[in-house]
Design a protein around this ligand. Structure first.
Ligand code: PLP
Length: 413
């Protein structure tokens, strides 16, 4: 369990919104930052701001040391074999694009197949559409059922010797579904396919072990795990990275440059051309320290309990349809729902007046919503700083929505 009232660590949560305490229920979009992470960012710029891997003076060496130490911290977070298997990117989106561009263009050919799911975030869909169009490959999709669980029979039927890649979210950002990645990877490997996992919504909320999952690529973002925006990573086994051509060309990714050709460094530097996002990549490690100090197991347990409470309380709202599985072992702390009386944008606007921040819309998952027969939903997403009082406030806010938008039961005279 979360050992103390961690809400106090997050200065943004002390402010009032429309005269009410701010209740932040949009951590699936981005998480809030604890004071220690904010301080670490200021400390970087005040004390050792310098470019990395270049300067032969104290602060440059300090920045380089901390940048590389942070790589090691991210590697440790997901149990990578070695820090060199972590490539810093801007985000999960850039991490997936790196694989689509560098690995995809070297390995995907006409007639090859990419197998994704119908619950993917656009970040784990559009790059594959672009790659498939360019290389003449085919995209296929695993559907999900009425509970929001992937149809694994269809998955097995779709896998075949032409499948080169399975692209799969670890945890859905709309349904909350946690997919059986380990089992799906074993089946993908049996036909020779590689597996890329979008870990944007899992790595911040539960322990992740890429060696145990046995996947080939794992993408994550710092900003969803109490870290700064503009930092993310792709993990892949070293042999895969070593065989991959570079993503971007430019400074610092080269060994020798001639006018007509160049040779490249080894991973990870081969994939980090130009000045990286030094400050945010370094400070990501402070966020990881913060989470590990509390414990990813404790965070997962806390969110499970809060999700159970939220589902039971929200179920009392008339006309609500809660999306995603009811089995708490198979879902995370993202609770999306649909109210029959009001559009999600109206719901979010009324909740905002109550000081409650939720997301309304398609949450970058248009095909998922189309499959559900709706164009949008309202999403409350929890993190370690949320508690049952926040859920109670949400439920009170939804009763306000209901009163405002319900057709009157008695005629007005
Ligand atoms: N994948 C999932 C499941 C997400 O929820 C998100 C962000 O909401 C992303 C990918 C994209 O992450 P980023 O915006 O950090 O690139």
């Amino acid at each position: 369990m979360i050992p103390r009232n961690v809400k106090d660590d997050f200065p943004i949560l002390r402010q009032k919104m429309h005269g009410k305490s701010l209740i932040y229920l949009d951590s699936a979009a981005t998480s809030q930052k604890p004071q220690g992470v904010i301080d670490a960012l200021v400390r970087y710029y005040q004390e050792y701001n310098a470019n990395v891997h270049r300067g032969i003076y104290h602060i440059a060496e300090e920045a380089t040391r901390r940048y590389e130490a942070s790589r090691g911290k991210v590697a440790g977070l997901i149990n990578a074999r070695r820090p060199e298997e972590i490539i810093f990117t801007r985000s999960t989106t850039e991490a997936i694009n790196l694989v689509a561009y560098a690995w995809g263009r070297a390995n995907m050919n006409e007639g090859d197949e990419i197998l994704a799911t119908e619950m993917e975030h656009h970040s784990n869909l559009v790059p594959w559409q672009m790659l498939a169009a360019e290389r003449g490959a085919k995209l296929k999709f695993v559907p999900f059922d009425g509970q929001g669980l992937l149809d694994l029979d269809v998955y097995e039927r779709l896998l075949n010797e032409r499948t080169k890649l399975v692209a799969l979210t670890h945890q859905s950002n709309v349904l909350g579904t946690i997919n059986p990645v380990k089992d799906m990877t074993r089946k993908a490997h049996a036909v020779g396919a590689k597996v890329l996992v979008d870990g944007a919504q899992s790595a911040p909320h539960m322990p992740v072990n890429v060696q145990d999952l046995d996947v080939d690529f794992f993408a994550l973002s710092a900003h969803k795990m109490c870290g700064p925006t503009g930092a993310g990573a792709i993990w892949a086994r070293y042999e895969i990275l070593d065989a991959m051509p570079p993503f971007h060309g430019g400074g610092e990714m080269i060994m020798l440059v001639q006018l007509d050709k160049s040779t490249y460094k080894e991973p990870p530097h081969k994939f980090e051309a130009g000045t990286p996002n030094i400050a945010d990549c370094i400070v990501w490690s402070d966020a990881i320290d913060y989470l590990q100090d509390i414990g990813l197991d404790a965070i997962r347990a806390h969110e499970k309990q809060l999700t159970a409470y939220a589902i039971s309380q929200l179920s009392e709202i008339p006309g609500i349809k809660i999306l995603g599985p009811r089995d708490l072992e198979r879902r995370g702390g993202v609770v999306s729902f649909h109210l029959d009386v009001a559009h999600p944008h109206d719901v979010a606007q009324v909740l905002d007046q109550e000081g409650i921040a939720v997301r309304a819309g398609h949450h970058c998952a248009q095909p998922l919503h189309r499959r559900l027969g709706i164009s949008a939903s309202t999403r409350a997403s929890f993190y370690l700083y949320n508690n049952e009082d926040d859920v109670d406030a949400l439920v009170r806010g939804l009763h306000v929505v209901h009163r405002m938008f319900s057709p009157r039961t008695a005629p007005v005279t």
